[in-house]
Design a protein. Sequence first.
Length: 271
Amino acid sequence: MALLLGTGVTIGAGAGIADNRMLRAELAQQQGQIAATRRDAQREINALAARMGELQAEANRLNALGERLTRIGQLQDGEFDFNKPVGVGGAGPVRDMAKPELNAGMDQLESQFKASGEQLSVLEALLFNRQIDMNAVPSRAPIANSYITSGFGGRADPFNGGAAFHKGIDFEADVGDPVLAVADGVVSYSGVRSGYGNVVEIDHGNGYVTRYAHNSRLLMKVGELVRAGQEIAKAGSSGRSTGAHVHFEVWESGRVVNPVKFLNQQSPLRG
């Protein structure tokens, strides 16, 4: 009896040890599978995070481009505020999103970003070219904080009193006040002209030439590039003049025109 009991205990212990080994092996296998699943899941998360980073970078680029177009188009009235969150909403219920569905949504968003970026880039190029064209058109006064003292066209001659044709407009100025280029261009003449005194002329390359006369001092030489708003001379009363002022003329395709219609046209969206 004792022998039989001992044998049974030995067999039972052996079976228990074998079961424990099997359970530990199964547990180790399951832990390995869980670890592998976690690694696969983390790789997918890292891939999604990288994709999300690319989309965020593209969104930032589009926002920056939109802000630049807003400034170029002078649309800064609050309607195009790219820093303002967009309001969204919707009714439930909400469900879990499957990974294929998420990938499809991100693919669609990437396509939309690409199309929007191409459209905005084309619009930026058009607006930029339009702005360059406008910068080469007389579009501001040749002296700051002044007013017109004599208009364009027929008037009484200030010296002889007879009828005379005034080819430009005169702006009030003091001797030494800065005379400013009204548009981008190249200096085509800088010197003395009969009746005009010290003169600067700027060729804007699109059929327009502007003339600034009666200056006390000239600051530019022939061939120099000037930008709109750049100082080109000092106001004075040289030539046929009764006092300090700026005489301003605009020539269009070889014909003198009234400069008034060009003043204050600073928006690149105006025709």
